[in-house]
Design a binder for this molecule. Structure first.
Ligand SMILES: C[S@@+](CC[C@H](N)C(=O)[O-])C[C@H]1O[C@@H](n2cnc3c(N)ncnc32)[C@H](O)[C@@H]1O
Length: 289
């Protein structure tokens, strides 16, 4: 998928991504080529009729069906893009950016690339003056993931793909953030501590509690990490119409857990400081009955 303008603003140009939505809400992601055409059971729409138009117009197919044309948001792209591996869902992407405190100009080491959803979100957040280095072990994943990154990321020159195993080490030094979506992140805890600046943030996304438990034990054992915290993000969409206001019948029940920790000066025997006041401490303060 070749990308045109990655900025989701302005009229459609050749090479842009267009999200076409039919009357029933079905969505189709296309890359615009002047010679191309979009063909479905609701008819044909030549790309030349989309190029040069403003976003938000309803365009007619050869069978008179309306298709709403918009440039995809990051969340829409992630849900509709070609996937080689399980992607991180938008609800988690947003929280990862805030919990890891990804700031413009920051340097981030990430693993692995997968389908590229998290990489795209990180690249947007670090901006033109930041950098993202992505470790990935599989060549096939790298090819698929990079096609998505190129289609959507605003400043690809701020991205470096390193074909390598993050469990074996991290080459970068003075890194602001380490963000991991790999199955055994505890194998990268030591390297992350060596790579991170003082006060830097380690974040890991994991699908099961057994993995979270093993990671938290590894972070707690390493005297350079404190403020270890794990959260799960639940998002319940609502259906709002004139006659009915209720939660939708189906929701994504489980995606994963986000664990964060801060890189601190090595502890000398003292216990690790927790991110949240313990239940005992809250009871002492009288805030828990
Ligand atoms: C679940 S996918 C990542 C999905 C990605 N975060 C996204 O949002 O699309 C996990 C990726 O990590 C890669 N991986 C697994 N172990 C790794 C390691 N030790 N070092 C680097 N990459 C690794 C896998 O090949 C796979 O591409």
């Amino acid at each position: 998928m070749a990308g045109g303008s990655s900025i989701p603003r302005g009229k459609f140009q050749e090479g842009d991504l267009a999200l076409l939505i039919d009357r029933k809400g079905r969505r189709y992601l296309v890359t615009l080529k002047s010679s191309g055409s979009f063909q479905t059971h609701v008819g044909v729409l030549p790309h030349s009729e989309i190029i040069g138009r403003e976003q938000g117009e309803s365009l007619r197919t050869s069978r008179g069906q309306g298709l709403l044309a918009l440039k995809p948001t990051l969340a829409e792209f992630v849900l509709d893009m070609p996937r080689g591996a399980q992607v991180i869902y938008p609800k988690d992407l947003g929280n990862i950016l805030v919990l890891a405190d990804i700031f413009p100009g920051s340097t981030v080491v990430e693993a692995g690339l997968g389908s590229g959803a998290l990489t795209i979100a990180l690249l947007r957040a670090v901006g033109e003056s930041g950098s993202v280095v992505t470790y990935e072990v599989r060549e096939d994943m790298a090819a698929k993931g990079m096609a998505n990154v190129r289609a959507m990321a605003p400043h690809p020159r701020t991205h470096t793909l390193r074909m390598g195993d993050i469990y074996q080490g991290i080459q970068e030094k003075d890194v602001d953030r380490v963000v991991l979506d790999v199955p055994e992140p505890w194998q990268a805890v030591r390297w992350s501590a060596e790579a991170l600046v003082a006060g830097g943030i380690f974040l890991s996304f994991l699908p099961t509690v057994l993995q979270v438990h093993q990671l938290v034990l590894a972070l707690t054992e390493d005297s350079r990490f404190q403020m270890v915290e794990t959260v799960e993000v639940l998002l319940r969409p609502w259906n709002v119409t004139e006659r009915s206001v209720r939660p939708v019948h189906r929701m994504v029940a489980h995606t994963g857990f986000i664990t964060t920790a801060r890189r601190c000066a090595p502890r000398k025997g003292a216990l690790s400081v927790q991110a949240n006041a313990s239940e005992d401490a809250l009871q002492e303060e009288g805030s828990v009955e």
